[in-house]
Write a protein that binds this ligand. Structure first.
Ligand SMILES: NC(=O)c1ccc[n+]([C@@H]2O[C@H](COP(=O)([O-])OP(=O)(O)OC[C@H]3O[C@@H](n4cnc5c(N)ncnc54)[C@H](O)[C@@H]3O)[C@@H](O)[C@H]2O)c1
Length: 281
């Protein structure tokens, strides 16, 4: 078995790594060699840290890295049994890649998308009718090498047997898949954003500060990271984008809070440039 991953960004490079650590050879594809080289360097550093922390042996890390081949040519994925698409979150970009993969890959190849917000059945519409039976969503969480959850999302036309095969394969590489219906936000983003919206409303009402609410979630609810620290990592602008989608799908209960909109419009979006909700060292 050989796996393919299209898009070597934040998600794709680690999806490739998880396959490789699970013993499956991978071809990682992106638009150019320079991006692929950067991704491989990044993975090598991540593996080094894992070795230092005792997560893998040096031999396991080296073997995993050797299992990842890179190529900027999509046609090199022709021999893969499963290809995961992890390109930008834009319908036209994903449609283009999926259409090309449908032509390039063998009829038995399974195609999967790592979209966070686009309906899987909408993406399926660009595929030939036979391929639609072998297409589904596999929604990984960042950082992929640490977060065990994968939401497995069959589209209208996905064969139950294919959903079962992918679930089994994900378990075999150390993931914990859960099956979810193809609805906006799937399950986890609905749960998450219901909480994030309420957390911002608490700040708007002056009930508590972002830092204290983070402490409350960590120490009172056992969350590993508070809602504001999380928004700073993923960026407030991405949160607003997801909430806009959930709002149009589910109405008032997902209306993005005014304070979030104001902060995003003011360019206060995240921790990278010290413009987040919290003061980061
Ligand atoms: N970032 C997250 O926390 C997260 C979580 C779950 C799912 N997702 C989803 O994963 C997908 C990827 O997100 P990301 O954060 O890794 O994005 P990213 O911007 O870090 O990476 C996207 C990569 O795709 C490449 N790419 C674009 N068009 C391409 C093409 N035609 N062929 C090959 N490569 C191409 C880009 O060069 C880039 O390297 C998106 O659909 C996103 O919604 C992201």
């Amino acid at each position: 078995m050989k796996a393919g991953v299209v898009g070597a960004g934040l998600m794709g490079r680690e999806i490739a790594l998880v396959f490789a650590l699970g013993g499956i050879p991978v071809i990682l594809n992106d638009l150019d060699e320079a991006t692929l080289e950067r991704s491989m360097l990044w993975l090598a550093k991540l593996l080094d840290k894992g070795v230092d922390r005792g997560l893998y042996t040096r031999h396991e890390a080296d073997t995993a890295l050797d299992r990842i081949q890179t190529s900027p040519e999509l046609t090199d994925l022709a021999g893969c049994s499963i290809v995961t698409e992890a390109v930008f979150e834009a319908l036209d970009a994903k449609e283009k890649v999926l259409r090309a993969l449908d032509n390039i890959c063998q009829p038995e190849c399974i195609l999967a998308s790592n979209t966070s917000t686009l309906p899987i059945s909408t993406l399926a519409a660009v595929l030939g009718t036979k391929r639609r039976r072998r297409f589904l969503g596999t929604h990984y969480f960042s950082p992929v090498s640490r977060m065990k959850l994968v939401e497995v999302i069959p589209a209208f036309g996905t064969d139950a047997e294919i959903t079962g095969q992918i679930t089994k394969m994900l378990k075999s590489i150390g993931k914990e898949p859960v099956q979810v219906k193809d609805v906006a936000g799937f399950a986890v983003n609905r749960l998450l954003h219901a909480m994030l919206i309420e957390a911002i409303k608490l700040v708007e009402e002056g009930v508590a500060t972002p830092a204290d609410l983070d402490t409350a979630c960590r120490l009172g609810l056992g969350h590993p990271i508070g809602p504001f620290a999380l928004m700073d990592v993923v960026s407030s602008s991405l949160c607003l984008q997801v909430q806009d989608i959930l709002h149009s799908a589910y109405g008032e209960r997902f209306r993005p809070p005014a304070l979030l909109k104001q902060r995003v419009a003011a360019g206060l979006t995240g921790s990278k440039d010290h413009t987040g909700w919290l003061k980061h060292e």
